[in-house]
Design a binder for this molecule. Structure first.
Ligand code: ADE
Length: 290
């Protein structure tokens, strides 16, 4: 069973919906929430990937169900949430994690490519959140966590994604304000350079750039999927009961680097500072990539 840093039984009997649950941070988050007693609804486009995560969770003694759905499709999202409510009753938590983009300089992005990325990373998350609110959470509260990205300053080579993620931060803030009256908290988590299958989206020509990422981060390493899923679980939990509208960065301090200001190397290898937690997670980043 996946070892969470949080309290066993934290989400006992609660339905947690995780979009993009078939791989990467979504998969790890599904393991985390199931290990904490939640019943996980794995949502994604690829039924095969969802089924394999479901099997992993079941083998570990957790509970998960799969729902193939394209979150860009409003009618499909409405039907999905209706099905979730019919099968499980209340929805306690939604992790809006599904996302995707392709690397390209802005000047080469077509309207079609731009709109596809905005639909996946912004519109789809809005549709999932709106339907979970209207069909379920409006009656008994809940918590929503939107997964965005470290796009502060800029997101070179991923401008469409950066624009969509920045939009999601604004959506998070407005939803937090408008939905507080229903007992619904809405927050975001912004992962930085995470050793995750998401890194596979970069072309092979960028391998050297990717290997250099840890040197650009004050904590001098990649983050792990489990460090992101722990932040998500915290925001979903009663430990965050007075937190809404915030974006929690999980990025080793990357946006706090100041050009021209030298960065001190850590006194020990980065792993030595939190080895126990690093050992706790399923490992990713296409073995040997970094
Ligand atoms: N993951 C990436 N894109 C997705 C989409 N459009 N629907 C569901 N999951 C996704």
């Amino acid at each position: 069973m996946y070892r969470s840093i949080l309290k066993p039984g934290l989400f006992d009997g609660q339905l947690m919906v995780v979009t993009g649950g078939g791989s990467g941070i979504g998969r790890c988050t599904a393991h985390e929430l199931a290990a904490l007693g939640g019943t996980v609804a794995l949502v994604g486009r690829d039924a095969g990937k969802l089924a394999s995560v479901q099997e992993e969770i079941a083998a570990a003694g957790g509970q998960a169900h799969t729902y193939a759905c394209n979150i860009r499709d409003e009618t499909a999202v409405q039907a999905l949430v209706a099905q979730l409510v019919a099968e499980h009753g209340a929805i306690a938590g939604l992790v809006n994690n599904a996302g995707g983009q392709f690397p390209s300089p802005l000047k080469d992005i077509s309207q079609k490519g731009w709109e596809a990325v905005v639909q996946t990373n912004l519109t789809g998350g809005f549709l999932m959140a709106r339907e979970c609110l209207n069909q379920a959470m409006i009656n008994g509260g809940g918590a929503i966590v939107n997964i965005v990205a470290d796009m502060w300053g800029s997101m070179p080579g991923m401008g469409h994604s950066g624009a969509a993620r920045a939009g999601m931060v604004s959506f998070t803030e407005t939803a937090a304000f408008e939905w507080a009256q229903y007992g619904v908290r809405v927050n975001a988590v912004a992962p930085g350079y995470i050793a995750s299958s998401g890194m596979d989206q970069y072309p092979p020509a960028m391998r050297d750039t990717i290997r250099a990422f840890p040197g650009t981060v004050p904590l001098q390493r990649f983050g792990t999927e489990a460090e992101v899923s722990a932040a998500i679980a915290f925001l979903l939990s009663p430990a965050a009961a007075f937190i809404t509208g915030t974006t929690l960065r999980v990025d080793g301090g990357r946006p706090n680097v100041r050009p021209g200001m030298p960065m001190a190397k850590p006194a020990q290898p980065p792993e030595a500072f939190n080895g126990f937690h690093l050992a706790a997670r399923p490992r990713v980043l296409g073995d040997g990539d970094a």
